[in-house]
Ligand binder design. Structure first.
Ligand code: BGC
Length: 266
């Protein structure tokens, strides 16, 4: 029997969170630990916070999956919208392996949340085109087609009214500009309508901190596509990162599909 306990880490622009996860059930086995993201959000200081979280946990195998708020290709950060630009070109996996002594597998944070939603949450067993949008410091996205993830989509960076969409409609923008729910809901609705027009999704899932406030802006969303807040809410980033860590550690040659289910790990 393989050990299915993996540490999931969700690195965000404002907080870094971690918990041990059983990747078969998708359940967190421990309380979540959250530490502030150091500002400026630079590689060495952030890696030290991840190491601090890792020291709180003891688990066999020392495999760690890390969701990271950037384009991540081959373990390397390729963008830096809500973190310091010195991250660009840094091998996240190598850096975190060095400071934690763990085996590390890194992916985009919204992709991680999407994996959890598709494998264990509201997207489970849904075929067709499913898009998860995470609402937080930025707008993250994860695109699935028949359960397969198209990695590193950056729908929060499309242009909307001459602006980068996440500057127009993220949760951070709502707070900064003190928009009321109707104003912000209208902006977010424009964003989702744009996404709908381009992708014709079968389902849109909402994640990240902003999905917890769905009841306040639900009435301002007018789309043909069904929209639901992902039920794992902002734990999804941790759970999906752990799942990815396990997948990459044991089955890197398999596509990152979640349907009909990566439970068929044999
Ligand atoms: C980044 C994405 C990330 C999202 C949510 C955006 O600014 O470009 O890579 O997924 O924020 O953290």
């Amino acid at each position: 029997m393989r050990n299915t306990t993996v540490l999931g880490i969700d690195v965000g622009g404002s907080g870094i969170k971690g918990a041990l996860v059983d990747v078969m059930s998708g359940e967190m086995l421990t309380e979540r630990i959250r530490l502030e993201t150091p500002q400026p959000a630079m590689p060495d200081s952030m890696a030290e916070v991840v190491a601090e979280i890792v020291r709180e946990f003891d688990w066999e195998g020392k495999v760690l999956g890390c969701g990271f708020p950037a384009i991540v290709k081959g373990g390397v950060a390729r963008s830096a919208a809500n973190i310091h630009h010195s991250w660009i070109g840094v091998n996240i996996e190598a850096l975190l392996e060095e400071v934690t002594g763990c085996r590390v597998h890194a992916l985009n944070d919204a992709d991680a949340a999407g994996i959890a939603a598709m494998q264990f949450g509201a997207g489970r067993d849904i075929l067709g085109t499913v898009i998860l949008i995470t609402i937080g410091s930025g707008l993250g996205s994860a695109l699935f087609t028949d359960g397969f993830l198209v990695r590193n989509t950056e729908l929060g960076h499309i242009f909307l009214n001459g602006m980068i969409a996440e500057h127009y409609a993220s949760d951070a923008t709502r707070k900064q500009l003190e928009l009321d729910w109707e104003e912000w809901g209208g902006r977010f609705n424009q964003f989702l309508n744009h996404v709908e027009r381009v992708f014709s999704p079968d389902l849109i899932l909402l994640g990240g901190g902003g999905s917890k406030k769905y009841e306040f802006y639900q009435e301002y969303l007018h789309l043909d596509t069904k929209v639901i807040p992902a039920k794992l809410l902002n734990q999804a980033g941790i759970i999906g990162a752990a799942f990815f860590g396990y997948h990459q550690e044991h089955f890197p040659e398999k596509g990152l599909g979640v349907h009909p289910g990566l439970q068929d790990f044999e």
